[in-house]
Ligand binder design. Structure first.
Ligand code: ADP
Ligand code: ZN
Length: 218
């Protein structure tokens, strides 16, 4: 099963993808995580990506597309995968179609996560993530038991550099301008499955699983 998860920044893409990854043994490809690990390791890719990420802008398509193409060629992707944070532009979506067509395959479903803007701002400003395992917490809605320490692995829990109010506003704008048109692009292919993440992640997940069942994918 090959999935894309699509949604505004802070809509819960990563959290939902993590659950689905475990439950259905999928490789989880988060372009944001790949960029952040490159930034942490000081690679040339990380250095380039950082200047865009800090502004809430998109890393250029050419860089992002070849990075994903390399990632999809790795062995663990053969069992199926979930793309989290890619594609984010029409050019990326078209490049992905071409990559997959070369292997005689295509995306099975696009999970569209829906959340109101106000909720997003609240969730993102309070979000904290574990540096070690990537688990996501929230100072307001889901605090760690011990401040700054991951409940799951004991790692350092920190705020992402781009999770401040100004950058969140820029990221939302970028999302509506560049990424939300992709919903229409995939709607036309008839492969959208919607999950409403305003209430709870359980509701969202069950809507998604029902959609995948209706398509005979699970
Ligand atoms: P979020 O969805 O919460 O904004 P991500 O971790 O998916 O977080 O992405 C963080 C940042 O990484 C984005 O704001 C953007 O600058 C960059 N990025 C991630 N994926 C892509 C992509 N497919 N194309 C361009 N830039 C990307
Ligand atoms: Zn952790």
């Amino acid at each position: 099963m090959k999935l894309i998860i699509l949604g505004a920044p802070g809509s819960g893409k990563g959290t939902t993808a993590t659950v689905l990854r475990e439950k259905y043994s999928l490789a989880h490809i988060s372009t944001g995580d790949i960029f952040r690990s490159n930034i942490k390791n000081g690679t040339p890719l990380g250095l380039e990506a950082k200047s865009y990420i800090d502004k809430g802008a998109l890393v250029p398509d050419s860089v992002t597309i070849s990075m994903v193409e390399d990632r999809l060629a790795q062995d663990d992707c053969a069992k199926g995968y979930i793309l989290d944070g890619f594609p984010r532009t029409l050019a990326q979506a078209e490049a992905l179609d071409e990559m997959l067509a070369k292997q005689n395959t295509s995306i099975d479903a696009v999970l569209s996560i829906v959340v109101d803007d106000e909720t997003i701002k609240d969730r993102v400003s309070g979000r904290r993530v574990c540096e070690k395992c990537g688990a996501s917490f929230n100072v307001k809605f889901k605090p760690t038991k011990i401040e700054g320490v991951c409940d799951i692995c004991g790692g350092n829990v920190v705020q992402r550099a781009d999770d401040n109010e100004a950058t969140v506003a820029a990221r939302l704008e970028t999302y509506y301008k560049n990424t939300s048109p992709l919903i229409d692009f995939y709607e036309k292919k008839g492969i959208i499955v919607e999950g409403d993440n305003n209430e709870s992640s359980d509701v969202c997940l069950s809507q998604i699983e029902n959609g995948l069942k209706a398509k005979g994918l699970i």
